[in-house]
Ligand binder design. Structure first.
Ligand SMILES: CC(C)(COP(=O)(O)OP(=O)(O)OC[C@H]1O[C@@H](n2cnc3c(N)ncnc32)[C@H](O)[C@@H]1OP(=O)(O)O)[C@@H](O)C(=O)NCCC(=O)NCCS
Length: 430
């Protein structure tokens, strides 16, 4: 193993718990598969698998279609699955894509990884758009998440070509960048990684390293013509869709860089462009209609004695104090800030994240948001009580250990009566 940025073992280990048993969707441009570095990329995939990170490979076939077209003398009506696909071009796409899928499966086998291609992408025709019949070009109708999940559970790497089928024996040509977004969304992937033959996303000759979704949208609106390479515009559009659809991080990296994938995933520097969702945008004040979802959300924490039991009626009474973190319009995290009347003391309570969404920084975002609300409501001393997450509040959110004496009298009474003996934590808000 060569000495390089990502080989810092400590750095890798810091990230591993966050990604374990989560899914990365890796979208490979067809051209990447023909690079010498492709074998190394598969080795990196093997390493991700050995860390118990689920990997799904989605691939394109543009370069192979172009070559096959030249060899057979067919003029393709479209290369990347976004234009009109006529019948000869569909044949080219089928042949080229199947060949690429097979090469990937071969490569996986070299690394003792099991792979499988399936009919998990259900498509329907793109149809007639502005008077143009797109013929065999399709749109993703649905991804069979259960099928892909069954592969992942069986430690099989799903390999997904840019093709979809309907229930009537038809095949449609799809754009792989778009397929990757749909797959990442349904599998609630923590990362979507586009691997192309370019250093990432350039604005003129400047490599863009980090972009929020809003910044990415602004670039598309105002500086679209300066995005390089030109094909990256489509990736940027898809990255925004993915981030808006709940994929927290989308990367665009260069498939020619040795160890580039690992550097991107396991180091702070990264090598390409990262587009990240604005998580605050996902937080909103809770409303009465959320009571049922909130009650269900905190149930697990109550059962583990991490959270105080709250009836629906209580939640409804205190709903003004609650805020929720949403993914796809469903609350997956919540917290509340209660202010003790007539004091500058508040309590951050009921911080809770659905276990399927843990370790994505949602808890940290909720706490930051809660602190902001508390400040706005005049709180200078923020309390928090926890039975099992006190280290979290100390290490990740800057709280300090306190004692029951720090509680205002009425709260202290309730504390004593509950018998839960939670640890008291404190934070001074400036
Ligand atoms: C505690 C909780 C809110 C954390 O939410 P989260 O969104 O997973 O947390 P984040 O993504 O912001 O942070 C994850 C990090 O915190 C660490 N962490 C999570 N729970 C922890 C705990 N109970 N003790 C110590 N560290 C913890 C993780 O190991 C991870 O560490 P890393 O960044 O070094 O990999 C969540 O686990 C939860 O809902 N727990 C049950 C309810 C609870 O106890 N609430 C507190 C009482 S108010």
């Amino acid at each position: 193993m060569s000495e390089s940025r990502w080989t810092n073992l400590r750095e890798i280990l810091r990230y591993v718990p966050r990604f374990r048993d989560r899914v990365f969707v890796i979208a490979l441009d067809g051209a990447v598969i023909e690079e010498d570095n492709f074998a190394n990329l598969l080795m990196d995939v093997a390493l991700l698998r050995s860390l118990r990170i689920g990997v799904v490979l989605v691939h394109g076939a543009g370069q192979q279609i172009r070559r096959l077209a030249a060899a057979t003398g067919v003029t393709p009506s479209d290369i990347d699955g976004t234009g009109v696909t006529d019948a000869p071009t569909l044949q080219l796409a089928l042949n080229a894509a199947n060949r690429v899928t097979h090469e990937i499966l071969e490569g996986l086998a070299v690394h003792d990884l099991r792979g499988a291609c399936s009919n998990a992408v259900i498509a329907h025709p793109a149809g007639i758009l502005q008077g143009i019949d797109y013929q065999h070009t399709g749109r993703v109708e649905r991804i069979d998440a259960g099928l892909l999940q069954a592969f992942l559970n069986a430690e099989v790497v799903p390999v997904i070509p840019p093709l979809g089928t309907d229930g009537e024996g038809n095949t449609y040509r799809l754009n792989s960048d778009r397929v990757a977004v749909e797959v990442a969304r349904v599998l609630q992937a923590v990362k979507l990684i586009y691997i192309a033959i370019a250093p990432g996303l350039l604005l003129g000759d400047r490599l863009l390293r980090h972009l929020s979704v809003e910044e990415a949208e602004n670039i598309l609106k105002r500086q679209r013509d300066q995005v390089r390479p030109a094909e990256a515009v489509s990736k940027l559009e898809q990255a925004i869709r993915a981030a808006q659809g709940g994929v927290p991080r989308v990367h665009i990296i260069d498939g020619r860089v040795e160890e580039g994938l690992l550097a991107e995933v396991f180091s702070n520097q990264g090598i390409g462009t990262l587009i990240h969702a604005n998580e605050y945008k996902s937080i909103r004040k809770a409303q009465r209609k959320d009571v049922r979802a909130l009650h269900a959300l905190i149930q697990q924490g109550v059962e583990n004695d991490e959270l105080l039991r709250r009836s629906r009626a209580e939640l409804e009474r205190m709903i003004e104090d609650f805020f929720v973190f949403e993914v796809d319009r469903t609350p997956v995290g919540c917290a509340a800030v209660h202010v003790f009347p007539g004091t500058d003391v508040g309590e951050l309570a009921c911080v809770c994240v659905d276990s399927r969404y843990e370790n994505q920084g949602i808890g940290a975002k909720l706490i930051q948001y809660g602190e902001m609300l508390a400040r706005q409501r005049g709180v200078r001393r923020l309390l928090c009580l926890s039975t099992q997450a006190f280290n979290y509040f100390v290490n990740k959110a800057g709280f300090s250990p306190g004692t029951p004496e720090d509680l205002p009298p009425a709260r202290r009474d309730r504390y004593e009566r509950s018998g839960r003996r939670s640890r008291v934590l404190l934070k001074t808000l400036c």
